[in-house]
Design a protein around this ligand. Structure first.
Ligand SMILES: [Fe+2]
Ligand SMILES: [Fe+2]
Length: 483
């Protein structure tokens, strides 16, 4: 790696076998343990990471410091040589716990015995999503719509790999032998493997085409953002510091998703305007994705991602909060007493055959609250998408389905709820759900559009070029070199 800036407190030491800013060389036992894990990680990457990429040179960003500005260095990297490392935001010596029963006590630098197994479970569950998404995206490179998109896919992949490192560091440093075993198991589970699947259902779904990938990075990576943000409030300071830095990387993943879907929408609208089309089959005949199919993908990805927030009412969520393990989104900036002792929160559930509101103690409703915060941000993104058909004078607006639609976890599990929030019979659901969720035919059609475009500056017919390139490079820049 060339041209690294002079060392500051935040700088990352790249002379080490495992780049880090946690002074790893002064903790020999930990360093040795992680150096033993490293080849296993590289094997995992080889076996399940982006297929057939060992010789590509990719214009990637690498973290060189954890400063707010200018942390990234851009340059060509062969992916197996990417410098995965351990980067935490700097420690604030005076940091205090700022919510829950232990509010105002000093933040923990090590794990209190009573929270050991709970924190380990939280870290393992978060950590498991990171390699899972790499596995889900393994084959996408073969059908990339452009070099620009291919590069972005690989950037997301290497950073999800680094997020795994972030969690594995915590497991190795703070959880002893149990932690080392969990770190190994993280490399053994496989997305979609019936015998040893990833922990959360959404991470066992296939990401089989680029539309699904953009939807995933918009909807599901944003769930990641909200989970990480809640953990960035944690009393366990090393967890807070590592998730804070992960959040800076996550922003790019969500950008890939939001701009990806926007470009698909843009291209479809261009073609619809140009040929004066409204009928989805005529739109498809032009080799672009009809807006109805986009809506069905939105319905699917939004609903499976809502399941990741867990049950609306949860005593675990309450004890994570009172214990100081996991805060609310933006906890630090919320102006209340940070205890939620007697507050209430409104959740939705089915009552007497219809969707109804119920007031529950706010402490038990933290999953619902985090999910609602998430939905507000998602809605803002959908509103931005909706300006595109509007600009073209096309009367079509994408809608988020009702929170009870197509749910497997929480108060709507086992219920049949329409996108508008009407409770249906099983028969009604079965009759109509094909028009609400992507069908085999939709997948086949979208799949049929996926071809490989790798000429610099060229884009597949079904997607518009981006507004600008990466790191101020032109759009026709050679983002990936094939040797
Ligand atoms: Fe991640
Ligand atoms: Fe991500």
């Amino acid at each position: 790696m060339a041209d690294l800036p002079a060392g500051t407190q935040q700088a990352i030491d790249y002379s080490q076998h495992i780049p880090n800013n946690v002074d790893l060389s002064n903790d020999r036992a930990l360093q040795r343990a992680l150096e033993r894990w490293q080849p296993a990680f590289l094997n995992w990457w080889d076996e399940t990471g982006p297929a057939n990429t060992a010789n590509l040179e990719v214009y990637l960003r690498t973290a060189i410091s954890v400063d707010r500005d200018g942390w990234a260095n851009f340059g060509y990297v062969r992916m197996p040589e990417y410098r995965w490392g351990i980067f935490l935001t700097p420690r604030d010596e005076h940091r205090k716990i700022h919510f829950g029963d232990r509010k105002d006590e000093p933040a923990w630098q090590d794990v209190p015995g009573e929270y050991r197994s709970t924190l380990r479970r939280i870290i393992v569950t978060q950590g498991d999503t990171e390699p899972a998404s790499v596995e889900q995206q393994r084959l996408l490179g073969a059908t990339c719509p452009s070099l620009y998109d291919l590069r972005n896919l690989f950037q997301v992949n290497v950073e999800e790999g680094r997020h795994l490192w972030a969690m594995v560091y915590l497991l190795h440093k703070h959880f002893g032998r149990d932690g080392r075993e969990e770190a190994e198991a993280l490399l053994q589970r496989r997305s979609g493997d019936p015998n040893n699947p990833r922990i959360l259902t959404a991470f066992n779904e296939k990401t089989s085409n680029w539309l699904a990938y953009y939807m995933f990075t918009f909807f599901t990576d944003r769930d990641g953002k909200f989970q990480l943000a809640a953990l960035a409030e944690s009393a366990f300071d090393p967890l807070a510091r590592t998730t804070k830095f992960m959040l800076t990387e996550e922003a790019h993943h969500m950008f890939v998703g939001e701009s990806g879907v926007a470009r698909v929408l843009q291209r479809s609208c261009e073609i619809m305007r140009e040929h004066n089309l409204t009928d989805p089959s005529q739109v498809r005949a032009q080799g672009v994705i009809d807006l109805e199919t986009l809506q069905r993908f939105v319905n699917f990805h939004y609903s499976v991602t809502l399941d990741l927030f867990g049950s609306e009412v949860s005593s675990n969520a309450a004890s994570y909060y009172t214990g100081g393990l996991k805060g609310r989104y933006g906890e630090t900036n919320i102006t209340d007493n940070h205890s939620l002792g007697t507050d209430f929160y409104t959740i939705q559930e089915i009552e007497n055959g219809a969707v109804a509101n119920r007031q529950v103690p706010a402490l038990t409703a933290l999953n619902a609250r985090l999910r609602d915060d998430y939905t507000r941000e998602i809605q803002a993104g959908v509103d931005r998408w909706n300006r595109i058909p509007e600009r073209f004078g096309i009367p079509f607006q994408m809608m988020l389905p009702h929170v009870g639609f197509h749910r497997k976890i929480g108060s709507f599990a086992g219920q049949y709820v329409s996108p508008e929030g009407r409770l249906l019979s099983k028969e009604d659901w079965e009759r109509q759900s094909a028009s609400w969720l992507p069908s085999d035919n939709d997948h086949e059609f979208v799949g049929s559009l996926m071809g490989r475009v790798i000429e610099p500056g060229k884009f597949a017919n079904w997607i518009a070029p981006p507004v600008r390139g990466i790191n101020n490079q032109p759009i026709e820049f050679e983002y990936v070199r094939f040797n």
